[in-house]
Ligand binder design. Sequence first.
Ligand code: SF4
Ligand code: SF4
Length: 278
Amino acid sequence: MRVAVASGKGGTGKTSLACALARALGPGAALLDCDVEEPDCALFIKPRIEREAEFTVPVPAVDSAKCDGCGRCAEVCVYNAIKIFGGRPFLFAHMCHSCGGCARACPRKAISEVPRVSGKVRQGRAGDLYFADGIMAVGEASPVRLIKAVKKEAPPARHVIVDCPPGTSCPMIAAVTGANFCLLVSEPTPFGLCDLKLAVETLKKIGVPHALVINRSDLGEGEMEAWCASKGIRILLKIPFDREIAAAYSRGETLLEARPEYREKLLALFSALPEDAV
Ligand code: SF4
Ligand code: SF4
């Protein structure tokens, strides 16, 4: 069972919940931190890193002896990563999405592909919990390939919890895709509800079943619950504001350290996920 933990916006407690859920599941669980632009699961579960590898992506390299400056490569690059200056192609490597289009389009076979370091992937353990994360290199434009690389680190036959990037754009979609279920974590504020609607719309489009966990649930006036009821979205857990949980978070601890009684609630939540998603 692969469960993605996502949120329309940052700061909802998504990572804390993902870490707590993975911990509650215990041996046989794996936690993948796919929020590669700002990975922080390791701060909460403090894994022992066993393997760390550079992650590279292929980018074009132009053989100037073969290139005649025709500009075809710049024409086919929809990411504007190649421009022609002074009759020669110039690559903006950080904008390249490694699609390979320019190399295929070059009529003079002047383009080959060379690896460029785009980040790193780490794997380790926190007790019985398997852990992997990705750390994007500074200046990288797109985290999507690194997210896919972290997802490949998932061991077979385990419950896999994926901590997703916030938002509803390509990184979130890359992290959620392939999950059996997505737990959305939100807070009952106008911003939270607005971003929840976007996240639900996205998940519907990519066909991932989903339900909601409301964090700081006592802050709102019931609008989020009413909207969920009108859309048939189940609310699997409500976590009221709790100063102890907030203090634990600031110390790099999950809600389980502050309130161990949530272990049973999280296990009940997990077992309540739909059968057809398991
Ligand atoms: S398509 Fe090939 S030959 Fe034309 S400008 Fe680009 S690299 Fe040079
Ligand atoms: S590999 Fe794709 S994205 Fe990168 S420069 Fe070539 S066409 Fe553009």
